[in-house]
Design a protein around this ligand. Sequence first.
Ligand code: IVH
Length: 713
Amino acid sequence: MQESDAQKRIKKLRSEIVRLRNAYHIENAPNVTDDVYDSLTRELKALLQKHPELNDSNALENRVAGKALEKFIKVKHKIRMLSLNDAFNEEELYDWKKRIQKLLGSEKKLEYFCEIKFDGLAVSLIYKNGKFTQGATRGDGFVGEDITQNLRTINSIPLILNSLPTSPLSRGGDKVIPLDKGGFRGVAPEYLEVRGEAIMSKKTLSKLNLGNKREGKILFANTRNAAAGSLRQLDPKLAAKRHLDFFAYDIAEIKEAEPLLRGSASQLQTHSEKHAILRNLGFKVGALEAKCKNIEEIILFIKKFEKIRSNFPYGTDGIVIYIDDLKLQEILGVVGKAPRYVVAFKYPAERATTIVKDIKINVGRTGVLTPLAIFEPTLVAGSMVSKATLHNMDQIERLDLRIGDTVVIEKAGDVIPKVVEVLTRMRSGKEKKIKVPNICPVCGGKVEKKKLPSQTSVAYYCVNPKCSAKDERYLEHFVSVFEIYELGPKILRRLKDEGLITDAADLFTLTKDDFITLECLPHRKPETFLRGFGKKSAENIVKEIENKKHIPLSKFLWALGILHVGEETARDLAMHFGTLEKLIISARVVLAEINSIENIGPAVSKSVSNFFHDKNNLNFIQKLKKNGVIIEKMEKKKAGKFNGFTFVLTGALSNMSREIAKEKIIVLGGKVASSVSKNTSYVVAGIDPGSKLTTAEKLGVKVINEEEFLKML
Ligand code: IVH
């Protein structure tokens, strides 16, 4: 075939393959058999082999490129990926609105934007000059994993963006053409960060599970787990087979090559405009969305979607509601992990009945005994549920729960399921009561009823400090923080039982042969192991452990399992001290410094101090380091730009409440005082300022108006 003919044929093949793929992925209507699709793809490959000059790295067949990775590389998010606060009913929506209205001033007119909350995995996509360059998971919100190769296999993620259209709105400008009238600028944005959800459709999930069942593999409980599991594949060819989808929901940042004076994307004013821009750039954006004027309209939207939700092709767990105006969003800001300007409405929990087959007693990291109900597996809120924690022994008494009982279980979105009621009328008389054990079910040690300072209620504890269950739970916690996904609880227990490890630090010394001496890994079938499959998985585990030796200080502290030190507190400590050595000195010598950290109370600092006074803990840290764990320093929190400045606020502000203004000053390192003195740096004078203004003028303190203050912020 001549070069020009080949070129034409390749073009045809590409477009037909794209059409078939779209028919399959986007319209969910495969109108052609796999065989046809495969043979067209084969022809395309063969042609390209003959005419390598016609290769195009961004063409469809190159979506699945590259080799399996050794591990995912960490990427720091330029803009933190936040979470959402929830509202579980209408009243909570009204409360949300009330809080916002109070912060912004009651006369501020609010507009809202509602969209679907997809139940998948949050990802960030970066485009440079219109080309997809990097995609990452959310991770802890600050640092995620680079999964670009896998994301490239998702058809609904454009590899090349459409050119940037003009603003969706004509804001009084004369030359701006609205998007829906075909407005178009012809230049791709120089930089774009899109946020959205990678997700598997319900149909794809059931096909996948059907295949998995046939092959005796594990089934995915829901679309989210399936999406997350698929994107965690190191080999993009495997990820490609999962046929994922992507919906964009937000623009984190956009920079235009040549910003227009008016109506350009970088002058976006509302969240709804972001959606319009995303659509025009070539992204799939949720099909259902609405601008609402008040909570009543929002509730109508919520009810409308509720009717079709079970038939919706994708797993969803609620509605996301934004304050549409981006300026107001900025003023409202973020508290903790979640912004104030957006809320997730979660649909009421779903309930189902099932039978309690057994009640097991688990022993936790602190020795606490927690009963666990084991059910006949049943489907609730889109997930298979086969067990639920009963939280504490008292709950069994409160519910009068017995083995054999028929119970009502409830599951709300991603919240863990719980037993809400026992259907006592369903009893046959054969149900078995269970008693609080007086010895630990794991080690046989003494059980005592006590109340830990951190807990609000009493619970039963195994008081044997050497109880192996505590160690096991700790190991599970440790590997989960270190993200060593290959080491599940069963393998950990085997390693311990066989004496291959005595503590978590020993994990880093394990070799391939150690795993092979386990004869057969419990999650593999022995036959496959003997065929050499086990050897491969032993290699994978060792490789993964090796890859996880570098760990940021915040995670390391979290992994240590210090009482009261969870993920957030660990990060606060790490940001404050920067290195482990500095924290240890402070914990052992000058406790006052820990006490002074924002968000850290006396119970935490006492516990941190106790932890680092214990020789065993220090030895454990030494051992981890000796075995190759490298603790990465954290950048200390930078001094804010208001460091050393004291502000006094007087009069009402028109853009935000005094409360918010105060918070913003503090976040930037400044102080807010209630009266003016020589030490005041600025007096911010709003509408109707009081006597503070006169005092300021008398003392010669600088007075600024609201506009100047906003500029400083
Ligand atoms: S907005 C400020 N919009 O929900 C937080 N999130 O519970 C930005 N999600 O991690 C999130 N669909 O993975 C937003 N239309 C949507 C969403 C959505 C799904 C997920 C997202 C996020 C999680 C928070």
